[in-house]
Design a protein around this ligand. Sequence first.
Ligand code: SF4
Ligand code: SF4
Length: 178
Amino acid sequence: MCGPCCPGKPNVKRIRIGSQEIGVSGYDEILAEGLRHLNESDEQQKQVILKELQARNYVPKDSEKEYLAAMWDEFKQVRAKRLGQIEERYHGIPREEIPWFPRVDEDRCTGCGACVKFCQKGVYVLDDKAKVVNPYRCVVSCTGCLNQCKEGALSFPTLVELRDTMKALRQKHGILPG
Ligand code: SF4
Ligand code: SF4
């Protein structure tokens, strides 16, 4: 019988899934496996988390989305700590509501990789051409990689557009201008 001292015993953490608290077996291992895929897109990382979760736990088919959403929230916190750079919120607004990230003009991009190499946030991957795979890791108002592109293939919203967007989002969330 496996006791608490058994070295092979998987760790269990209770997390809120939907309206219930449920013990997730292999919690640390699931997150650690996700962290091995940091260079992949959020969608790919989600698939890894789900696969690892299912390998260690019974996940009812009709609750799969809720299980994944809960584990994804846990993973994002660990990932943010690891990267030390992702902001889940920006001035109180969920980062994913702010449309600030680079756009790549595929007709102009030669796939030189300069922008991919320059960005330390994992926003891009190089796949023949530069691809923005993690747009919300881009630092709001940063345009650091823009000048790396000699082909003029990168673009960002203007600062005026950003200001107007932020104003509308502050209103939506009831946040007074700082
Ligand atoms: S720097 Fe410009 S040309 Fe080079 S990969 Fe990035 S977008 Fe493409
Ligand atoms: S603007 Fe900054 S954070 Fe955003 S993709 Fe470019 S270098 Fe990365």
